[in-house]
Structure formats: C-alpha cells, structure tokens
Design a protein around this ligand. Structure first.
Ligand SMILES: CC(C)(COP(=O)(O)OP(=O)(O)OC[C@H]1O[C@@H](n2cnc3c(N)ncnc32)[C@H](O)[C@@H]1OP(=O)(O)O)[C@@H](O)C(=O)NCCC(=O)NCCS
Length: 158
C-alpha cells in the first residue's frame, strides 16, 4: 500500500517490537488505551496493524481484523501533534483501496461523543447502522453508547 502523505512518513505493518510504541501512541489518543500486551495479543491473533513511522516515532496506526469478506477497524489513532494533516483520512483511504480487492464491507464502532472520528468516518462515506447502548466504559463509572458504522466496498478488485 502507498500513501500520498509526507515523504518523511513510512507506512508499514507493525511487528511485536512496535507494541510499546503503539501503546504510547494509544495513551496519547484514547481514554481507555490498549496496553503493550493487548497490541501484542492483537498481532498474535492475526490482526493487521498498519502504522506510520516518522524517523522511528510511531505517529499513527490502524488495526484491522479481517474475516472472510468483511473487515473491522479495531483501532485508529494519530499522535496529537500530527493531527489535522490528513493522516487518518489518507491511511484509511489507502486501506479501503487495499481491501476493496476481496472485501465487501468495512465495519467499525465509535464512541458517540467522538465527534472528530465520526466526522472522519462520515467524510470517508461510512453510514451509521445503529447504536450499541452503554457499550463503552466512560468517566466516573458511567457508560457510553457505541455508534455502529459500515462502508460498502467493491469486493471485486475494481
Ligand atoms: C480521529 C483522529 C484519528 C483523526 O485523525 P487526523 O489525522 O487528525 O484526521 P485528518 O486530518 O485525516 O482529518 C480528516 C477528517 O476527519 C475529521 N476530523 C478530524 N479531526 C477532527 C476534529 N478535531 N474535529 C472535527 N472533525 C475532525 C474532519 O472531517 C477531517 O476532514 P477536514 O480536514 O476536511 O475537516 C484523531 O483525532 C485521533 O487520533 N483521535 C483520538 C483517537 C480516536 O478517536 N480514534 C478513533 C477511534 S474510533
């Protein structure tokens, strides 16, 4: 996969040695971040983790689970100092092109309060399929709904 982003950024698949950097990125991006061990478990279970590397620093990632003709986005994160430069949009557009060869549908779940991510996914053409009530843990022992979204892909390589 190639990405039309800054030349200093290298796109590659994560390896076990990247899990600590991925967990650091997650802590900068999520209220309930994955740990090193959770990224390792994800890789070991066969998930694909694409990352953008800037001179040894992991600045963005996207974790995908693929099952038959569907794929699910499990994690997307961009380092705070790299946001609003099109990284997530370009990374996901690249993945969509890559997946289109043999995938019919791309799925994801996002916190209902995550307006930045909702806007990103809507811009990429995802539609909202429903809500999973009280799905995510939130602050002060509360819970938060998940918005279920999907994007239909060609699934025929075109
Ligand atoms: C959501 C996130 C991945 C976006 O990454 P990014 O690289 O900054 O996004 P991009 O620059 O590619 O933005 C693409 C589009 O996303 C939307 N968007 C991104 N950040 C936004 C923000 N802060 N507010 C509103 N819309 C936003 C916009 O539609 C934007 O298009 P525009 O620039 O034409 O307005 C990033 O803010 C992040 O890592 N957040 C924390 C982790 C997270 O929420 N992950 C998603 C979990 S489902």
């Amino acid at each position: 996969m190639t990405l039309p982003v800054t030349a200093s950024l290298q796109l590659r698949l994560a390896e076990a040695a990247d899990c600590s950097a991925l967990a650091t990125l997650a802590r900068s991006a999520h209220s309930h971040p994955w740990s090193d061990a959770q990224y390792l478990q994800s890789l070991e279970s066969g998930h694909q983790c694409w990352l953008l590397d800037s001179e040894g620093e992991v600045v963005a990632c996207c974790v995908l689970s693929r099952l038959f003709d569907e794929a699910e986005i499990l994690d997307v994160a961009v380092s705070p100092s790299w946001r609003r430069r099109g990284l997530a949009e370009n990374l996901l557009k690249g993945l969509v092109t890559e997946l289109s060869a043999d995938t019919q549908r791309l799925l994801l779940e996002v916190r209902s309060s995550n307006l930045a991510a909702l806007s990103l996914y809507r811009k990429l053409g995802f539609s909202e399929d429903g809500l999973r009530k009280n799905y995510y843990p939130a602050e002060n022992g509360c819970r938060e709904d998940a918005v279920l979204m999907s994007l239909a892909l060609d699934g025929n390589g075109s």
